[in-house]
Design a protein around this ligand. Structure first.
Ligand SMILES: [Zn+2]
Length: 394
């Protein structure tokens, strides 16, 4: 055992001790549920595809609706099949998004309040998804030779719309409330100025009545960038730590991490759809199906996307964890305040019931963020090396 190894273990243990036995038990439970959900998603996608295809219902519904006759009928078919799948998988959604949160003490909504939000959000994503999926089948039909170009353009359009609608998704669920802390506001404006990012205002979302989760985000607003803070974050953190969190988000902004992730996502989605198309060509005339132009192949396409998506997620997470380390480093440089960053990590770990260090395979499989212990470790190493360099140079 090296000194570094001991030091690392001491760090993890001290963090676990700080969380306390109750929160630690909850964090372990949350971890088990996340792993379970990852596995169940794949199982569900497989069972649903089998259900629609082996019973012949996918084909029967297509014939009943004459779903390939026009794009509106295709869209209706997708809408119906998606809604039915949503209803069938509702018990899982309820378990993982309501019951588990409730057991963790993070859910502050009643079942009916939660259900209403779920329906609103579900309707919006159903609309967006069904529109782009029907667009996909239209492209497969109209441009059998050049579908890849059409699909690529479609994917880019879809991502652009999604990016622009992002603030709307938040607004749909949470109300905004005024921000009454001129001092913190001035500090944040100063931070933006030092980062060279135009300040586009500040919004606080009242999430505390619905969930205990806390986070911050930067969203495009006019020509500038707007800070969106959860009220839970403002309650839990000192102003110094809030500044550190926003500095971390500015790191993402300055590094253009969102754009890079979306570009990577676009490439991955286009690649996955290409594989999907090939499979639909190969298997698409099976038992009443009529190849890639037939919307009754949708369950098959979903299945392919679910399994490829799970594989790609692992790749994405690795990329994203590197971005998180880089944003932490940026925040440290910008604020010169390692204690504030550590405070933020510590409080967020407690609020979001995150294990300081989950098993490595879980982190690789599921986590878009490095473990909190590794983030603190990296932070301390960096602060120490900057400190010693400063001391040596005078
Ligand atoms: Zn981040």
């Amino acid at each position: 055992m090296t000194d570094r190894h001991h030091e690392w273990q001491a760090l993890v243990q001290s963090w676990e001790a700080e969380l306390g036995p109750e929160t630690l038990t909850q964090a372990r439970y949350r971890l088990r549920m996340r792993v379970l959900r990852f596995g169940l998603n794949l199982v569900t996608a497989s069972v649903l595809a089998a259900l629609w295809l082996f019973t012949g219902w996918a084909v029967a519904l297509r014939d009943a609706l004459q779903a390939n006759a026009s794009w509106v009928r295709t869209w209706l078919y997708i809408l119906l099949l998606s809604a039915l799948s949503g209803v069938l998988t509702f018990p899982l959604t309820w378990w993982f998004e309501f019951r588990v949160e409730q057991r963790l003490g993070m859910m502050r909504q009643s079942f009916w309040g939660w259900l209403l939000d779920q329906l609103k959000q579900g309707a919006l994503s159903l609309l967006i998804q069904s529109l782009w999926l029907s667009g996909l089948y239209v492209v497969f039909r109209r441009w059998p030779d050049r579908w890849l170009l059409g699909v690529s353009l479609g994917v880019l359009l879809f991502l652009a719309v999604f990016y622009l609608l992002q603030p709307l998704f938040l607004r749909l669920r949470y109300k905004a409330e005024p921000f009454n802390d001129p001092e913190l506001r001035a500090q944040l404006e100063d931070l933006f100025a030092r980062a060279g990012v135009p300040f586009g205002g500040l919004a606080v979302l009242r999430v505390g009545e619905k969930t205990a989760r806390a986070t911050a985000a930067l969203v495009p607003h006019g020509a500038g960038t707007r800070v969106v803070l959860f009220d839970t974050l403002l309650e839990a953190l000192s102003p110094r730590a809030v500044v550190a969190v926003v500095a971390h988000e500015l790191g993402h902004k300055v590094h253009r991490d969102m754009l890079k992730l979306m570009a990577l996502f676009a490439v991955a989605l286009i690649a996955a759809l290409s594989v999907g198309y090939k499979v639909l060509v190969a298997l698409g005339d099976w038992d009443g199906l009529e190849g890639p132009t037939d919307v009754a192949t949708l369950p098959l396409l979903w299945l392919i996307l679910a399994w490829l998506g799970a594989g790609l997620q692992i790749l994405f997470n690795a990329f994203s964890r590197r971005q998180e380390f880089a944003a932490d480093a940026y925040a440290l440089t910008l604020t010169q305040d390692p204690e504030a960053l550590e405070e933020a990590f510590r409080v967020l770990a407690r609020l979001n019931k995150a294990l300081p260090q989950p098993p490595l395979w879980v982190e690789r499989l599921l986590d878009s963020h490095p473990s909190l212990a590794r983030r603190v470790w990296a932070l301390r190493q960096r602060a120490a090396s900057v400190g010693s360099r400063g001391a040596g140079g005078g």
